[in-house]
Ligand binder design. Structure first.
Ligand code: 5GP
Length: 205
């Protein structure tokens, strides 16, 4: 078999659209995907675990990572930093594993600049009203935070243009199936297959 680099998949979309839920449902199924665990400065929520949900960092530690260029992308979102560790992602791709990021939209735009060959999936709310309800009923945050998240959401929806695929999250299982179909299709793309076969021919000659 020909050594091949993995594909970087980026799931993004507006605040409260259900990115985390869809990502968890995807990873609950049998998958070869590697999930890149993000760094964040936000407080750990009940039930979350260090090194499973996030790597929790102080603001100072996070800013040091930025200075050291250890993040593939990062964003400040509702007064906290969130970022993707560069080394893990690059190492996994190099080893031929597909890597999956679940990040907000500013970060996704940065990845688009650095990894234009990545596959960008925009998770879209069934309706704005539905989105508003989901954010409000999450119930773990203050009124001010909820209003901030809603404001972000409106801006984020306008960013759909920078993506390769749009998946409407009207049903989690269906959204997962669609993402799996995208992953499968990307592996069947003519240019990827052709590259493999050309390499094979070169190796034979
Ligand atoms: P939460 O605080 O609800 O876990 O996440 C808030 C937002 O940050 C979500 O939209 C989530 O997708 C995003 N997020 C999580 N990790 C990262 C990351 O590494 N980089 C960026 N840019 N956003 C992230």
């Amino acid at each position: 078999m020909i050594e091949e680099k993995g594909i970087l998949f980026i799931l993004s979309g507006p605040s409260g659209v259900g990115k985390g839920t869809v990502r968890k449902a995807l990873f609950n199924q049998d998958t070869d995907l590697k999930y890149s665990i993000s760094m964040t400065t936000r407080e750990k929520r009940p039930g979350e675990q260090e090194g499973v949900d996030y790597f929790y960092k102080s603001k100072e530690a996070f800013e040091a990572l930025i200075q050291e260029n250890q993040l593939l992308e990062y964003a400040k979102y509702v007064n906290n930093y969130y970022g993707t560790p560069r080394e893990y992602v690059e190492e996994m791709l190099e080893l031929g594993h597909d890597v999956f990021l679940e990040i907000e939209v500013q970060g996704a735009l940065q990845v688009r600049e650095n990894f234009p060959e990545g596959v960008f999936i925009f998770l879209f709310p069934p309706s704005l009203e539905e989105l508003k309800n989901r954010i409000i009923h999450r119930g773990t945050e203050s009124q001010e935070l909820v209003l901030n998240r809603l404001k972000e959401a409106r801006k984020e929806i306008e960013m759909m243009d920078a993506y390769d695929y749009v998946v409407v999250n009207d049903d989690v299982n269906l959204a997962v199936k669609k993402i799996q179909a995208i992953i499968q299709s990307e592996h069947l793309k003519r240019e990827r297959i052709a590259k493999q076969y050309k390499q094979l021919l070169e190796d034979e000659l």
